[in-house]
Design a protein around this ligand. Sequence first.
Ligand SMILES: *Cc1c(COP(=O)(O)O)cnc(C)c1O
Length: 360
Amino acid sequence: MARVYNFSAGPAMLPEEVLKTAAAEMLDYKGCGMSVMEMSHRGKQFEGILAEAKASLKRLLNIPEDYSILFLQGGASMQFAMVPLNLFGKTKKADFVDTGTWSLKAIKEAKKYGAANVVASSSDKKYSYIPKLDAAKFSPDADFFHITTNNTIEGTRFAKLPETGNVPLVADMSSNFLSEVYDVKKFGLIYAGAQKNAGPAGATVVIVRNDLVGHALDITPTMLDYKTAAENDSMYNTPPCYSIYICKMVFEWVEKLGGIAAMQKRNEDKAKILYDALDNSKLFKAVVAKEDRSLMNVPFVSPSEEIDKKFLAEAAKEGLVQLAGHRSVGGMRASIYNAMPVDGVKKLAAFIGKFEKENS
Ligand SMILES: *Cc1c(COP(=O)(O)O)cnc(C)c1O
């Protein structure tokens, strides 16, 4: 069967080139006679893979020397607990911007260990925009300030980062990691589950400023203390070896395509093609406020569930799959992460036009 254009929100499409290399190396990784899945994480081969993964990511994001790169497990969801457990070292207070499902989960988890102050929310309009922030509402003594840079389910993105002064900015970047240029120095901590834009499920990337490591609450399990991973180069126990290996190849693929700035340009072009098609449509509508639209996740609606169903079924026949919206919001959602080729987006945009003509 031919490969489809897969618009899944995650696990999501991976670069074909990376999958081909993984296939070619499956039985025999670089002449060592075994798969990366089968080798000791303490051996030279895997240590090389981990070191190269970190080096590539460091080049891509320009990660300064005083930050650690950690490869953890438990997904972004585990970070909802690890962040407060590790960063609630002083006042046990944190500020949050409530921009939807994932930020709400982070808030709920933080409340188990301290105070989570919501400085702004867009819940009044079903999270279809990014709320304006009023710095007067920020807690100057907060241990951290948390945002979800890209809201995977709702399709919004922070076009501008909040100015949090000395309060470390923490970002759940799961669904727009590596997709646009960020200055890592602006953040105390960045985390991302790999399965949206960086690799397969199983690995979670954390980039943390070193002064924020080593102050975990006493109750913090050893495995959830950033210090444990930082001091052991993510190898306190067995890391998600195979996922890290794929992530490494994805990082190198982004570098080969010109790095994050080139990727951002490509993503902006892709998003424009799709949003233009939706804005020109009389049948479909993009639901998010224009200035807050995500480059990665594009939710859209039609006038009825019947039309949704017909659209999804016919799109699938054209090899355009996984376009159903999140179960909590319905409608459609096209996730167009880094690995989605421009041609896939063009094909979807053309299909939207064709479907509309045939159904109005
Ligand atoms: C997918 C996602 C999560 C949850 O990730 P898991 O790795 O499944 O725990 C959290 N935050 C955002 C923004 C996401 O897109």
